[in-house]
Ligand binder design. Structure first.
Ligand code: CP
Ligand code: NVA
Length: 310
């Protein structure tokens, strides 16, 4: 067991002050990419498909002078071909940092318990911390300080929602969420996010009505109704989420010019309309772009190289 390395497994692993620091670091790196990770190696250990997370980590490492090794689903057999703790200890002998995309949060936790190098959650069923950082980097880039900025998440209390809520409340934002009964955030996330909101002057409002959450909101965010690994529930979820589409009706009652957000991949016609994604208010591709800089900041921070960033 190793206690030394710093990991990012949950958005709750970074304090509000560190969250502010990471956003600032990401924007500084974007303006001025610099080789603070020269000769550092990142392994991407992925058990689910990916476009953005994989490519943005690879590009981020390249921008900072480092390199990546990608391990695709089926290649390693985490916990199947080989024990999680053995994979973790072997990879730590080759590389400096590892980003893991897998199923249950307990898998990345077990992986990190045996890792002498930093482990980054590149998406689990429960959280997507890199996505939330990129989303808020994107908003900060557009509006400056996010204190009091209102954002409504419409849909499933999933990995993307959990990390967004934890990160937004860390920044003192006015976070609203509308989910159908039975699809809300886990209690532990609500409790941690409420504590964060109390400490930062933020707000957390949980409702079932998408219109109530969207009214006057400065950003509207949604994600798929059926996440990777839940494919068998797709029909049931399509019914449960039928009234939870991010569409013109919600945009009309949000604040004027409210940003439209989605982590992608999107299912147009389900959780979001084509019109909403293509509207001038949509910042979905800026979110995707900023994955590079959010993750560059995370890796620099976890490897203790953030102090060297100009
Ligand atoms: N948003 C996101 O994580 O996309 P990928 O699944 O393509 O990496
Ligand atoms: N909630 C989605 C996010 C994909 C980036 C999933 O887990 O599939």
């Amino acid at each position: 067991m190793h206690q030394n390395a710093r990991h990012l497994l949950s958005s709750a692993d970074i304090t509000p002050a560190e969250t502010v620091h990471l956003l600032d670091l990401a924007l500084r790196l974007k303006r001025n990419p610099q080789p603070v990770l020269a000769n550092r190696q990142l392994a991407l250990l992925f058990e689910k498909p990916s476009l953005r997370t994989r490519v943005s980590f690879q590009v981020a490492m390249r921008h900072l002078g480092g390199e990546t090794i990608y391990l695709a689903p089926q290649e390693v057999g985490l916990g199947e071909r080989e024990a999680i703790k053995d994979v973790s200890r072997v990879l730590a002998r080759y590389v400096d940092v590892v980003a893991v995309r897998t199923f249950g949060q307990e898998i990345v936790q077990e992986y990190a318990e045996h890792s002498s190098i930093p482990v980054v959650n590149a998406l689990t069923n429960e959280e997507h911390p890199c996505q939330a950082l990129a989303d808020l980097v994107t908003l900060q880039e557009k509006v400056g300080s996010l204190k009091g900025f209102s954002i409504a998440f419409i849909g499933d209390g999933n990995n993307v929602a959990a990390s967004l809520v934890l990160t937004a409340t860390a920044l003192g934002m006015d976070m609203r969420m509308a989910a159908p009964k039975g699809y809300g955030l886990p209690e532990a996330v609500i409790s941690e996010a409420s504590q964060r909101a109390a400490a930062t002057g933020g707000k957390l409002t949980l409702v079932h009505d998408p219109r109530e959450a969207s009214e006057g909101s400065q950003a509207l965010y949604t994600d798929v109704w059926t996440s990777m690994g839940q494919e068998r529930e797709a029909e049931r979820r399509r019914i449960a989420f039928a009234g939870y589409q991010l569409n013109q009706g919600l945009i009309d009652i949000a604040a004027k010019g409210a940003f439209v957000m989605h982590d992608l991949p999107a299912h147009r016609g389900d959780e979001i309309t084509d019109e909403a994604i293509e509207s001038p208010q949509s910042i979905v591709f800026d979110q995707a772009e900023n994955r590079v800089w959010a993750q560059a900041a995370v890796v620099a921070f976890l490897l203790g190289r953030d102090g060297d960033v100009a």
